[in-house]
Design a binder for this molecule. Sequence first.
Ligand code: ATP
Length: 284
Amino acid sequence: AEYSDDGDVRRADVTYDDIGGMTDTIRQLREMVELPLRYPELFTRLGVDPPRGVLLHGPPGTGKTRLARAVANESEAEFFVINGPEIMGSAYGESEKKLREIFAAATKAAPSILFIDEIDSIAPSRDKVHGEAEKRLVAQLLTLMDGLEPRTNLVVIAATNRPEALDEALRRPGRFDREIIVGVPDESGRREILAIHTRGMPLDAKVSLRELARTTYGFVGADLNALSREAAIEAVRRIMPKLDLSSGTIAPEVLETLKVTRDDFVEALKRVQPSAMREVMVQS
Ligand code: ATP
């Protein structure tokens, strides 16, 4: 895999191996999305329509976007993204137009996956919204879902952390009728995620991912990524005063001694808090 400048795997190259603690979720998604995208003939043969829409439901930072990218990549499908709040912010009439354009582009490029992040902001329950523009956007999305030809090799994956806030009509058969729960990782999940985010790092022998996984209760994938990066920054801070930077380069033998230590993680833990905790703190 290639890495981007934020130290994470290049987004387009995300594979199932870059997602920790989600064996079962990945299995479900492969069955619902990868299989029909790759082998539409299976469904044709059986005379049933493949799934059209899948709803990923889980708290922020648990890897929903990453999952959708991985399935697209592994299914060799084109990947399109709609960001809910962003499209809502468009001028009157523009939001619907953008939706239509992306659906058209994704249909044309099929096999493809169209990912709608934070779908609750595009399609909130129509009983609860007052604005006409908002109601029209929900209606437009439903029309687009219904208008997809049965043989179009396109799966729409939508993510939300508030499934109860969605317009009910969205969950009807032929629309988002499948739901996959993406939960907060448990200890072994956290260990897998930490292994993914430290795999490019030289770790000191005393760093125990098992111990780190045990002490990071409540951390989601995004938090564990942040923690690993913070620990690496801590290692840099530690080594800086010992460097002779007058030559403009760092000697390879000095670089070789640079490792991320257990203490770097201890320091990082003081700075990085689980996002769920932050929410609790903000609310109280
Ligand atoms: P949001 O709802 O806030 O958009 P999300 O659930 O879509 O969040 P992602 O954007 O996929 O979460 O994840 C954010 C980052 O957290 C990823 O780029 C990745 O570095 C890390 N991450 C999250 N979950 C996992 C995981 N299960 N395994 C590895 N990395 C993860």
